[in-house]
Ligand binder design. Structure first.
Ligand code: FES
Ligand SMILES: [Fe+2]
Length: 369
């Protein structure tokens, strides 16, 4: 069985190898055959389109007049003008340069310059379309070659059919997704970076002892009562929480009170390019009649994640000199090593045409935070 120190050694070797690469980020590639968070549903209104870059590709995201979301490559196949600069009537997009029209599947439906007797199979002209799904008020795009038998879209856990309120916070991190993922699952930074009057300080570090089990494309820290010194200490014995991580950069957490989920959250990482990563966090809560707390939830999540963004800005100052790095030592660094192992296994499995074999051992990790 692979020991923790072997895992860390393998991760270090990988970090060293990628540091030697020319592109700056920790890795030089993004995982494919995966869902990536694209936008909050509220940001894509009926009959509207928006554009953004994801995994280095220009993407147009839209919602047709019937409310269905769609995504396509944001490049007109004629002369490369972004289609998102054109007009969308809720059904078709017309390019701003020569007016060629495209349906929401990216298929050309008309070329205005053609006269009546100039027949041309315009439907042969296409821009790439992406599989796009809307789940729990969030929009996801699948990056990969497969179009069927796709994995499930990652969802905030513990909610089932419960009615909930939600809000999404979006931040840009000036680092490669690998560094962003390491920070997302790194327990050692929490008391140093996330200092707030309403949260905690680094003065009182406590030993943590948590059990992890392999699950899906990552792992789950099994359900437990929150730490006795957390903000939930007032009702610690009634509260339980479960935290999990899934590729490509998806941290999920939910909290139950007396067995009922009261709050659930999903943080997702979407690479914009090799040096910029978008972090979105959607918080859901289920206490009836509490929609009025939405601005407060948004404020606190934005403050909390802003602390991660601020440290990423500092990290970027050092990373651009491509220093040789030391991974976090011992168990606090193990989730980071697991992330690299899972990522490599996912890529290897797809290259070899076989199923992903989760490399994570059932383990208890101990650290001080
Ligand atoms: S560039 Fe789009 S129609 Fe010509
Ligand atoms: Fe953090």
């Amino acid at each position: 069985m692979t020991t923790i120190s072997q895992l860390v050694a393998e991760a270090s070797a990988e970090i060293e190898a990628v540091n030697a690469s020319k592109t700056g980020g920790m890795g030089t590639w993004f995982l494919r055959e995966m869902w990536y968070f694209a936008a909050a549903s509220a940001d894509v209104k009926h009959g509207k389109i928006l554009n953004k870059q994801m995994l280095g590709e220009p993407i147009l995201i839209g919602r047709d007049a019937n409310g269905k979301v769609f995504a396509m490559k944001d490049i007109c196949p004629h002369q490369a003008v972004p289609l998102s600069s054109g007009h969308f009537d809720g059904k078709e997009i017309s390019c701003c340069f020569h007016g060629w029209t495209f349906n929401t599947s990216g298929v050309c439906t008309g070329i205005p310059s053609l006269v009546d007797d100039q027949e041309f199979p315009v439907c042969k002209i296409k821009t790439k379309s992406y599989v796009c799904r809307e789940v729990r008020d969030t929009i996801w795009i699948y990056f990969g070659d497969k179009t069927e038998d796709l994995p499930d879209v990652p969802e905030a856990p513990g909610l089932g059919e419960m009615y909930c309120y939600q809000t999404t916070v979006r931040l840009l991190l000036p680092i490669h997704i690998d560094y962003a993922a390491l920070a997302l699952i790194d327990p050692a930074h929490v008391p140093y970076i996330h200092k707030s009057w309403w949260w905690r300080s680094a003065r009182n570090l406590k030993v943590k002892n948590k059990r992890y089990v392999p699950e899906g494309s990552g792992w789950t820290m099994v359900k437990h009562h929150p730490s006795p010194h957390s903000i939930f200490q007032f009702a610690n014995d009634k509260i339980e929480t479960e935290i999990s991580f899934r590729l490509p950069g998806c941290r999920r957490e939910y909290l139950t009170f007396g067995g009922r989920t009261i709050i659930s959250g999903i943080s997702t990482l979407t690479p914009i390019d090799e040096t910029t990563t978008e972090l979105n966090h959607t918080t859901y809560w289920t206490v009836p009649g509490t929609s009025f707390i939405t601005p407060f939830v948004h404020y606190f999540v934005n403050e909390f994640l802003g602390q991660d963004r601020d440290v990423a800005l500092l990290q970027e100052k050092g990373l651009k000199h491509k220093p040789k790095l030391i991974p976090t030592i011992k168990d606090a660094g193990t989730p980071g090593a697991w992330y690299l192992l899972c990522k490599k296994e996912w890529a290897d499995a797809h290259r070899d045409g076989r199923a992903f074999e989760n490399p994570i051992p059932d383990t208890i990790l101990r650290w001080r935070s």
